[in-house]
Design a protein around this ligand. Structure first.
Ligand SMILES: [Zn+2]
Length: 448
């Protein structure tokens, strides 16, 4: 699944920038949470508290450990299977067969490209399906999702349609650019891909997100909360008009808490899940909101786009060289003549997805660093508004972790490789220890 998101522009924007940058103070669930490097500030003070800042009662702890273990195994299995599929398509000659079908069907490039991509997408989606279904089954079994199978399959179908349309357009563009500039296409394709990423980030809250969830102005159902949040906004010295605050009806599908910042320019907005409002106190929501405001104020969306740009450029460069190397060595056996062959797309995706997997610790490390900044900002933002920012933030992480069945002691390796947020335990420990208003210290982002 990951490679498709990586490769295909608009969706990549949603898949990569979206969740990485936008996932809120939130989803502490599966592959979200933890850090190496990001909490040095907390390290000293938080290292030896008598009682851990985030704990679970025994029966919940058992569940949390089982759930996160299953999620971790599934995550690596999905990536491994995604890469193995591509190898199988090549070695078994299925990629070449798809190309033959597409070329036999028409001499028109558009028909060929979209036929090949349709076959490829159908086969990989079907091959992915058992693991995707198992993932949904796990979410339901551990109380993280309340989505019915019909609705779930509906979401999969929408995702398939979006990937086919936008991904197909990018595939056409890719092969056109490869034809024009056989040795520099990795750069010339990167330019329009970045334009697609920017457009995707801008449009997704307006066009894509509403396809999957319902949104309404937060003020409609929660005017008191909006007034509360505007205090936090005012302390930040910025403007987030009330009509940029949305409520997402997440409770129709999931149980976890979340909030996020998304879009930019005219589409920039803060979204709070209705589950957060149901399960957290106004103080805790203020902290979660403050964290999101941190992403907003600290320009994490823009920085995330720039970071994505660098990562993609490297991936495309590696994709070019890796594809040349593989084609020179195995092209004849796979019946793929060269990079102009439609089936070469599978070779390129193989190289890029393997490289993207190896880059996970870097991209996740970057994400964790931003999340930590937002935690610091969020805690500073509620100073003077809630009675005890340390206690409030720690309590918010407790609720978050409990709701998402987050393992208090994830493996260091799993944190390093897969967590887009610092672990809930680290975040809670940092919150409990972070008090820049004591004598001799000063807040990082605020003057008081
Ligand atoms: Zn965040």
């Amino acid at each position: 699944m990951r490679f498709r998101g990586m490769m295909l522009g608009l969706l990549m924007a949603v898949a990569l920038v979206g969740p990485a940058m936008a996932q809120a103070g939130g989803s502490a669930g599966g592959p979200v949470s933890s850090p190496v490097g990001t909490t040095q500030t907390a390290g000293g003070a938080a290292a030896q508290p008598e009682k851990p800042a985030y704990t679970l009662p025994p029966e919940k702890l058992q569940q949390a450990i089982a759930y996160s273990r299953a999620r971790t195994v599934l995550g690596f299995a999905e990536t491994g299977w995604g890469i193995a599929q591509l190898v199988l398509l090549l070695v078994l000659g299925i990629a070449a067969w798809m190309r033959d079908v597409a070329v036999r069907r028409s001499s028109n490039r558009w028909v060929q490209g979209f036929t090949f991509f349709l076959l490829f997408l159908l086969v990989t989606t079907l091959l992915d399906l058992p693991l995707s279904m198992y993932g949904h089954h796990l979410s339901v079994r551990y109380g993280q999702s309340v989505q019915h199978w019909g609705s779930w399959f509906g979401d999969q179908a929408k995702g398939f349609g979006l990937t086919y349309v936008f991904g197909g357009a990018l595939v056409m563009l890719l092969f056109w650019v490869m034809g024009k500039s056989p040795r520099r296409w990795w750069f010339w394709f990167w330019v329009p891909t970045m334009a697609a990423v920017v457009l995707g980030v801008f449009l997704s809250p307006l066009v894509i997100d509403p396809l999957f969830n319902k949104f309404e102005p937060l003020s409609q159902s929660n005017p008191a909360l909006v007034a509360r949040l505007e205090q936090v906004v005012a302390r930040g010295g910025i403007e987030i008009p009330a009509d940029r605050m949305f409520l997402m009806k997440a409770s129709e599908k999931v149980t976890g808490l979340n909030a996020y910042v998304t879009g930019f320019g005219a589409s920039k907005r803060v979204v709070v899940w209705d589950t957060s409002i149901a399960k957290a106190t106004p103080d805790e929501i203020s902290f979660i909101f403050g964290h999101e405001m941190g992403h907003y104020v600290l320009n994490h969306i823009y920085k995330g786009i720039a970071f994505t740009g660098v990562v993609l450029l490297v991936l495309f460069w590696l994709g070019f060289h890796g594809m040349q190397w593989l084609l020179a060595r195995y092209g004849a056996g796979w019946r793929i003549a060269g990079q102009g062959d439609w089936a070469a797309l599978v070779v390129l995706l193989l190289v890029v997805s393997a490289a993207a997997f190896l880059a996970d610790p870097i991209t996740n490390g970057y994400s964790r660093a931003q999340e930590h900044e937002a935690d610091v900002y969020g805690q500073e933002a509620i100073h003077g508004i809630v009675a005890d920012p340390q206690q409030t933030a720690q309590a918010a992480f407790q609720v978050l972790g409990e709701q998402s069945l987050t393992d208090p002691n994830p493996s260091g390796f799993v944190e390093f490789w897969t967590f887009g947020h610092p672990s809930v335990s680290r975040r809670a420990a940092f919150a409990a220890s972070y008090d820049p208003w004591v004598a001799g210290q000063s807040p990082r982002y605020f003057t008081k």
